[in-house]
Design a protein around this ligand. Structure first.
Ligand SMILES: [Zn+2]
Length: 67
C-alpha cells in the first residue's frame, strides 16, 4: 500500500490505469511516468522520476486489503 487506506489506493490505481496525471503518493515530488516510455500500450508499470519508486499496478491490486 502506498496510501493511507483502501479507498485511496483504489483511486490511485484507477488514476494510473486511465493515465491521469498522478502525483507520487510516496514523496509528492513529481508526477508518475510510464516505466517503459516506448511501450505506451502498457500502463501497468509506473515510476516516480523524483524518488525512483516503481509502481506495479497488478501487484498493488493483489495486495489490496479485503473490504
Ligand atoms: Zn516519488
Amino acid at each position: 500500500m502506498y496510501t493511507a487506506n483502501r479507498a485511496e489506493e483504489v483511486k490511485l490505481l484507477k488514476n494510473l490505469w486511465t493515465s491521469q496525471p498522478t502525483t507520487c503518493p510516496k514523496c509528492g515530488g513529481a508526477e508518475l511516468e510510464h516505466l517503459h516510455k516506448k511501450a505506451k500500450k502498457s500502463n501497468t508499470r509506473w515510476k516516480c522520476p523524483a524518488c525512483g519508486e516503481i509502481y506495479r499496478t497488478i501487484g498493488m491490486l493483489k495486495s489490496l486489503p479485503k473490504e
